[in-house]
Design a protein around this ligand. Sequence first.
Ligand code: PMV
Length: 298
Amino acid sequence: MGFGRGKVILLGEHAVVYGVPAIAVGIERGVTARAFPAKNDLLRLSPWGLVLAPNPSDEKPLARAFAAALALYAERPRLEVAADVELPAGAGLGCSAAIGVALIDAIDQFLGIERSRTELGAAALAWEKVFHGNPSGIDNTMSAVGGVALYRKGHDLQPLRSNKPLHLVIGYSGVSSSTKEMVASVARQLERDPTRVKKAFQGIEVLVRNAKLAIEAGDLVALGQLLDLNHSILTSLMLCTSRLDEMCQAARRAGALGAKMTGSGGGGCMFALAPKRDEALRLRAVLGEDSFVAEVST
Ligand code: PMV
């Protein structure tokens, strides 16, 4: 069975596209996939009931991405891939990357190709590029490798160790958004007002570096404060919605150490850092029935 996990960016999204490091975690929710020989190449995605043939010039990105993934294999029989998606799409949890990783993992297993999880993540970049032109690579890498890690474009992933697990409560705003559009919006802001946006990126970089130290020291209170600050900078870049902001405020009022939108924004998800497991369950009740708890150990 092929598997690609979802991811939560703790700090550094958007700035990571421009070379700033980001910290992300892999979560247990993700995508599983199985590949088997078939009459024609086909991708089935449940629970969405989608059936797609690979086509590099199709208007549907999934059909183009499937073609890009199959192009990784010089010789193979015709294959059907059946994938089961457990993540909301367009929600900042790296759903598209997780599908790509699970699919390539499933095909590799069927063909007996051995790739490390790092190599698998790198292979899935071809898939991810279809969804937005300029991916940092964080989604496909974290989807394959997991754990808690510092990611910097063009550098090896740096796993982070901590003596404390992270209890995250992930809440969905109910609105999906397009990573491509949100990344393009930041690019436009950078072009129009480079001083302001570069300052925002520098601010994010300082927060990421401090968050790395806080995670390594097991200082969850400091980490929570850094999450709040990163959320404010993303809000200043017009990436946050009022619903996401309300959810973050509600989580903080209910005892979260920090709360932040995650991923490309414009909708999608936020997460709250809970002090302990039982508090995470309480926060889950505040964030609604679509929310879920992810416990991440290093
Ligand atoms: O919303 P998502 O899960 O696609 O997150 C993308 C993260 C960005 O930093 C906004 C883009 C990227 O390529 O890193």
